[in-house]
Design a protein around this ligand. Structure first.
Ligand code: GUN
Ligand code: ZN
Length: 445
């Protein structure tokens, strides 16, 4: 072993073991497949963490904690894996709660003007920091994130995420038509800049790159071909785009691509539909499109708060599941109006209610944690407390408001407590967020 290798092995041998005590809940499988066995609940559990990775999670009585290991006591709190947001736009923080439009108007009126400000480095950097603070305050530890067309907006995001040791995915928007000229790149520049960003950021620490054509209407055939070329040259990067969100958008795609049989086939034609492809929304898909998404092992980000706020429609979760499509939850800030995955679950529940479907609390919790990790193909790293996984987790205060305190105090079991938390909870019940076992609270104020 060389000197540096020896020094590093000594360092890791001496890294202190951390112990966290409290109630724990996590999924170890998909509830659709494993039923009740998909969840593990520990009323009084101990989580051991070393070097930022999970060592074990057991009942308190079964864990032997070394005498020199101080236990961080979260008795009375519910500790869960960090939430995973599978679709969000960091430059749209100031677009949230913009009044009175549906998708295509909303983009023209609010979103495109705001995104033009991200050619300024300080705007990009300060917004990236605000955005990541907000994710932490809401217990979200991993997200798949749209930047803007400007390359430096991706640099600003990755720089801020790297400083915080976060597992984040992001990419430069590719957009060469049907948008203001200041926001348009070209097929060549989008290819070259994406290549440069992949070389600089992909797999740096916990960061990953996502090739990000905005949606079919804002890319020429040539640009979509370039996106496919990037994927074939870098098979382990993600693909992140929008699909079938709004009826006018779908009709527009049909008129722009008359030779394609449907919206999904536009992306298929250019080699964009595969594992690690994440499509936001998927509201107006045919059975054939659902089945092709499933066969391709692609994922869909269900964005309930956005679908209600922009009035896009009601997501068909049972059909998605039947087709074997991996579904995660997305806040879609700024189309969505909350950073909170708890609020997002609340709206997801109501969207199913309106269609006569009952969303099981465990299934909802799965989509916000392990299911989101599966949708991003990151479940070997994050999503639960399995040994070896990265120790990103959240301590939830189930009594953080008078109403929540009252309602959770009469919950008869952890399942009904979880449901009350998901219907009544928001950022106020995030007591602390941990990244690789380190508290983020100290830096959040
Ligand atoms: N489709 C194309 N761009 C966008 C966007 O920024 N937000 C949403 N919700 N849909 C889109
Ligand atoms: Zn979006």
């Amino acid at each position: 072993m060389d000197t540096i290798g020896f020094y590093l092995s000594q360092l890791s041998m001496s890294a202190p073991l951390q112990a966290f005590r409290g109630s724990f809940l996590h999924c170890v499988a998909d509830p659709a497949e494993a039923g009740d066995a998909s969840a593990q609940y520990f009323a009084d559990g101990v989580l051991l963490v070393e070097n930022g990775l999970v060592v074990s999670l057991e009942e308190a009585g079964q864990t032997s904690i070394p005498a020199d290991c101080a236990v961080q006591d979260f008795t009375g709190k519910l500790l869960v894996p960090g939430f995973v947001d599978t679709h969000i736009h960091y430059p749209q923080v100031d677009v949230i709660a913009s009044h009175g439009t549906q998708l295509l108007d909303w983009l023209e009126t609010y979103t495109f003007p705001t995104e033009q400000k991200f050619d300024q480095e300080d705007t990009a950097s300060s917004t990236a920091h605000f955005f990541l603070d907000e994710l932490m305050r809401n217990g979200t530890t991993t997200a798949l994130v749209f930047a803007t067309v400007y390359k430096q907006s991706v640099d600003a995001f990755f720089t801020a995420a790297k400083e915080r040791n976060l597992r984040m995915l992001c990419g430069k928007v590719m957009m060469d038509r049907n948008a203001p000229s200041a926001l348009c790149d070209t097929p060549e520049s989008s290819y070259t800049e994406s290549q440069e960003l992949i070389a600089q950021w992909h797999n740096q620490d916990r960061l990953g790159y996502a090739v990000t054509p905005r949606f079919a209407p804002t890319s020429s055939d040539e640009q979509l071909r370039m996106a496919g070329k990037l994927l074939s040259e870098h098979p382990d990067v993600h693909l992140h785009t929008h699909l079938s969100e709004n009826i006018d958008e779908c009709n527009w795609v049909a008129s722009l691509f008359p030779n394609q049989q449907d919206y999904l086939s536009v992306y298929e034609h250019f080699g964009l539909v595969r594992k690690r492809s994440v499509f936001a929304h998927g509201i107006h898909l045919s059975h054939s499109e659902w089945s092709r998404l499933g066969k391709a092992q692609a994922s869909v980000a269900h964005c309930p708060t956005s679908n209600l706020f922009i009035g896009s429609g009601l997501f068909d979760l049972p059909t998605a599941r039947k087709a074997g499509v991996k579904v995660g939850l997305g806040t879609d800030i700024g189309g969505g109006d909350s950073f909170s995955l708890l609020r997002t679950i609340n709206e997801a529940y109501k969207i199913q209610q309106l269609q006569g479907v009952t969303l099981d609390p465990l299934h909802a919790f799965y989509m916000a944690t392990l299911g989101g990790a599966v949708a991003l193909d990151l479940d070997d790293r994050i999503g639960n407390f399995a040994p070896g996984k990265e120790a990103d987790f959240v301590a939830l205060d189930t009594a953080s408001t008078p109403l929540l305190k009252r309602r959770t105090s009469v919950a008869k079991d952890w399942q009904s407590m979880l449901f009350a938390l998901m219907m009544l909870g928001d950022d106020r019940c995030v007591y602390d967020t941990f990244i690789l076992g380190e508290s983020a609270k100290r830096s959040l104020g």
